[in-house]
Design a binder for this molecule. Structure first.
Ligand code: ACO
Length: 431
């Protein structure tokens, strides 16, 4: 607890309520309002949680003004340059970078959990061929609670660890099954000889009739994108996982809730929406028209992939992805992509526009990720699924942190009620 205190003063009768301030390691301190209702009969009001810390966490730190993102203290750009997705997953889950043996044993465990129950696989036949993969993903992940219930005691640390390894290992398999179902192609089983991202590409693109060569450029690009998407503190989907999990529900249900939240275009659905937008704009000469529409308060159109609730200067992930985008497209022999050119031109025009400057609207991570996914032949409808695979690590780390906290409480926000006052029921004939 900080030595600092604030007094809430009732300007009518002068009553003072002292409020303690709590300091974190980094970032703004928080005013602890836990006793406010008991002492003053007041709730606080902050729709969209613009100034509210919903929990205490030791996992990820963001400084939106300076464009800083740290996973367990390590800058994301250092991890992007030197680490791998599974090493980052270990870091987020367990708090420190693994030693060689720890990493090897974690890799082995993830590899050995990649298969899914055959009955779960048959679920996909129940989905229409054109079902959105995110719908299949949330449905099948939620259903996992019907299969792995032998290790679902949330108060048992060993069970929680088995769950963590299972879900991280099986998400690519489920995602690939959703893709294969939508393509009408046979399901491809995971291969233990392959690393996490190569295995994912193999399950997506291999077909029984011919050999599939994994392109290391594609596997490395995927690994980097997954590192950048692995966690982002208390965003909408992570907060959803925490809130759902706070009731003590099983973790598969909590993750399925997070997947549903991620799907929205204001969150993880933005990468798909960016590609749709670029395709709608079509050519550079149409950009001014769409920029004008984005600025018109009467028009719902927004520039997808622009703006962020927390980053008001630049999104450090977007900076890394922007560079990577050129590199990957060049290595894949795709560097004259008209889509990338259009995106760069749009970025240039928007960043010089007063409207975007005034509101601190910069390209976010999703502005470029879709272009890279497209270059890897991943279809648009799968973009948010790819995001979900990476973010599962963050969701699980946050769920673990919350459940392991002995002071855990069910999340139960209050409200400002503005509906009708008490009134008596009027029989139907008298209305
Ligand atoms: N295009 C045009 N105008 C925008 C945009 C945009 N992309 N984003 C925000 N604005 C404007 C708003 O209209 C508002 O203008 P006003 O002050 O004149 O009313 C102002 O900027 C502030 O916007 P808010 O919606 O209040 O900001 P908030 O922090 O609530 O929203 C969000 C952040 C949801 C990311 C928003 O910027 C947005 O919708 N962006 C497009 C979707 C997107 O890219 N989402 C991905 C986010 S990153 C992620 O989840 C991985």
């Amino acid at each position: 607890m900080s030595t600092k205190r604030y007094d809430l003063v009732d300007s009518g009768n002068g009553t003072r309520i002292p409020l303690d301030v709590r300091d974190g390691t980094l970032g703004p301190s928080v005013v602890d309002i836990g006793r406010l209702y008991a002492e003053a009969g007041l709730f606080t009001y902050d729709p969209g949680f613009k100034a509210t810390a919903s929990c205490e966490s030791r996992i990820t730190y963001i400084d939106g003004e300076k464009g800083i993102l740290l996973y367990r203290g390590y800058p994301v750009d250092q991890l992007a340059e030197h680490s791998s997705f599974l090493e980052v997953a270990f870091l987020l889950l367990y708090g420190d970078l693994p030693g060689r043996d720890q990493l090897e044993s974690f890799r082995r465990s993830i590899t050995m959990h990649t298969m899914i129950n055959e009955s779960l696989l048959r679920f996909f036949n129940g989905f229409h061929f054109n079902a959105h993969p995110m719908a299949m993903l949330s449905g099948v992940v939620g259903s996992m609670s019907a299969f792995y219930h032998d290790t679902m005691d949330i108060n048992n640390a060993r069970h929680r660890d088995i769950f963590a390894h299972r879900i991280i290992a099986k998400l690519p398999t489920i995602a690939a099954a959703a893709y294969k179902h939508s393509m009408g192609q046979p399901f491809v089983y995971p291969q233990n000889r392959l690393d996490y991202c190569s295995n994912l590409l193999h399950m997506f693109f291999a077909v029984p009739s011919q050999t599939y060569e994994i392109d290391p450029v594609a596997a490395n690009a995927l690994d980097l994108l997954f590192i950048l998407h692995a966690d982002h503190e208390q965003n909408a989907s992570t907060s959803t996982v925490r809130l759902a999990g706070s009731s003590g529900t099983n973790p598969y249900s909590a993750i399925a809730a997070g997947i549903s939240s991620l799907w929205g275009p204001a969150h993880g659905g933005a990468n798909e929406a960016v590609l749709n937008m670029l395709e709608t704009i079509g050519s550079a000469d149409k950009i001014p028209k769409y920029v004008e529409r984005a600025k018109d308060p009467g028009d719902k159109f927004r520039l997808m992939g622009f703006g962020h609730r927390v980053y008001k200067n630049f999104d450090p992930r977007a900076k890394i992805i922007r560079e990577m985008c050129h590199k990957v497209l060049a290595e894949l022999g795709n560097n004259d992509s008209p889509l990338l050119e259009l995106a760069l031109r749009l970025e240039e025009i928007a960043l010089e526009d007063e409207y975007f400057i005034e509101r601190n609207l910069y390209p976010n991570v999703d502005f470029y990720s879709g272009i890279i996914y497209r270059a890897l032949d991943i279809p648009k409808s799968m973009f948010t699924v790819m995001f979900a695979i990476a973010r599962t690590v963050g969701w699980v780390a946050h769920w673990q942190e919350m459940i392991a906290d002995p002071a855990r409480k069910i999340g139960r926000p209050r409200q400002l009620y503005t509906g009708p006052d008490r009134r008596d029921y009027v029989p139907l004939d008298n209305r």
